[in-house]
Design a protein around this ligand. Structure first.
Ligand SMILES: [Zn+2]
Length: 148
């Protein structure tokens, strides 16, 4: 498993992980955590390694989480602008992106439990970045001019 470069799948929405696919998804997520850490990343989505399914790994609240079939169920009012890069575009300088500062999310974890989390700041940014990947949206297309 490796992070694919020149990966056309990045612009296509991924398909939901079905019940029968969960075990494989979890196994892949454990490899993806290693891969993210090796590349000094704080998040990695299945589509980045060529698997067009809605799951990712992300460092949230200080440790890596396995996130299957993510949803953002609530957005706070405030936004923030921060620099983001992406392991799929290693040569590209980081750009500014506007994100929601607080979100409430739901996903299935590695124990097949439905998890609800409130995330803020960097945790919220990472989640939104990886969630975007599952929707076929990449940060390089969201870069804005200016910011702080
Ligand atoms: Zn990315």
């Amino acid at each position: 498993m490796k992070v694919l470069l020149d990966n056309k799948l990045l612009w296509e929405p991924s398909r939901k992980v079905e019940e029968s696919e969960k075990f494989l998804a979890i196994t892949n997520c454990m490899k993806m955590i290693d891969l993210a850490e090796e590349n000094n990343g704080i998040g990695l989505t299945a589509v980045q390694v060529g698997i067009s399914k809605t799951y990712f790994v992300a460092e949230l609240k200080g440790s890596f989480h396995i996130v299957i079939n993510p949803k953002i169920v609530n957005y706070g009012k405030n936004k923030l602008i921060g620099k983001e890069g992406c392991l799929s575009f290693p040569g590209m300088p980081q750009g500014n992106i506007e994100r929601f500062r607080k979100i409430k999310v739901e996903f299935t974890n590695e124990r097949d439990e439905l998890v609800t989390m409130k995330l803020t700041k960097l945790d919220a940014i990472v989640f939104q970045h990886e969630y975007d990947h599952t929707c076929g949206v990449v940060c390089v297309d969201r870069y804005i001019v200016g910011g702080k």
